[in-house]
Design a protein. Structure first.
Length: 327
């Protein structure tokens, strides 16, 4: 059976008779509205919070960013302890979660057999489905007392000469418990994204390294991790965004004390925690406006962290797309 001869005139006639449908313009309008909705939400959030916090901004001034006095009675407010607590707990928790999460991802992709990798990967992802209040309850009643007796006290006895462990852990709740709980909550995001990124590395990278005589560790260090580094950094960005804005679990285990200290065993405070704890007690307009100002500051810090992380990814990849899943 021979194919029908190509007839340019007939093709042109069929195309000329085809009427344009409504699907294309409707699709363009729908996706445009979706994009504008996201943009309008962000702009509306920033504008609304700025308007609602203008009283606090006018009263507190720029000193709000670097003073540490928080006195509702005298109406003297300084956000430095909350900013410090937020940055310190989230960055430290991210470092811990990245160390464990990338290790878990490498194990699941490179070392574990399929019958182990599937259930372990499922259990890691299940951590993301646990509500934060459950983590908080588990942290305050089980994890924090255990850390105090079996981790904090030995660290203080052996490394107490370091400022990070210099304080004797007299209470179970504090910065250290908050960091560990936050790291556990960030871990599923880091591990899941890193696993997908490492799995996307071409098999030829691994085979080339092994063919040159590299060991399994050298293959992962030289052939896999450099190829997936932008995606792993992207996992860190997502984890940091989760950690900075976490409220309930951190509020329950951090101690809620507006102090600035290098010791991980003292109590602290975060911006999200102070808003959650004190918003219902804000009986004056200035007090409520100041708490909204903290929320606006938290939003700005989150945006700056994400912009900085995005620039770091671009610098690592030379401004070019790489093999990672997050671009």
């Amino acid at each position: 059976m021979t194919a029908a001869p190509y007839e340019p005139g007939r093709v042109r006639a069929l195309l000329a008779r085809r009427r344009p449908g409504f699907g294309e313009p409707i699709f363009r309008i729908v996706v445009l509205l979706a994009a504008l909705t996201v943009l309008a939400t962000i702009i509306g959030l920033v504008v609304t919070m700025t308007v609602e916090s203008r009283r606090g901004i006018a009263h507190n001034g720029w000193s709000f960013l670097w003073t540490s006095t928080w006195d509702q009675v005298r109406q003297v407010f300084g956000a430095l302890p909350f900013v410090y607590g937020t940055v310190m707990t989230s960055v430290t928790a991210l470092a811990l979660a990245m160390l464990v999460g990338v290790g878990v991802a490498l194990f699941l992709v490179e070392l574990a057999p399929a019958w182990v990798a599937r259930p372990v990967g499922f259990m890691v992802e299940m951590l993301a489905a646990i509500p934060s209040v459950v983590f908080g309850l588990w942290g305050i009643f089980i994890l924090a007392p255990w850390l105090q007796q079996h981790v904090e006290l030995p660290l203080h006895q052996r490394l107490g000469w370091l400022p990070f462990f210099s304080t004797y852990p007299t209470t179970a709740v504090g910065n250290f418990a908050a960091i560990v709980v936050l790291a556990i909550m960030v871990l599923p995001t880091v591990a899941a994204v890193s696993r997908d990124v490492i799995a996307a590395v071409p098999r030829s990278q691994r085979e080339a390294a092994l063919a040159l005589g590299a060991t399994r560790w050298e293959m992962m260090r030289l052939g896999v991790l450099p190829y997936a580094r932008s995606g792993i950094l992207g996992a860190g960005i997502l984890g940091l965004a989760r950690g900075v804005g976490e409220t309930m679990a951190v509020t329950m285990v951090i101690g809620n004390s507006p102090t600035i200290t290098l010791s991980l065993f003292k109590q602290g405070y975060t911006m999200a925690s102070v808003i959650a704890n004190e918003f219902t007690e804000a009986t004056t307009a200035l007090y409520r406006s100041t708490l909204i100002e903290i929320g606006l500051l938290l939003l700005v810090i989150t945006l700056l962290i994400n912009v900085g992380a995005r620039l770091l990814v671009w610098r690592v990849t030379g401004g070019q797309p790489s093999g990672g899943a997050l671009q």
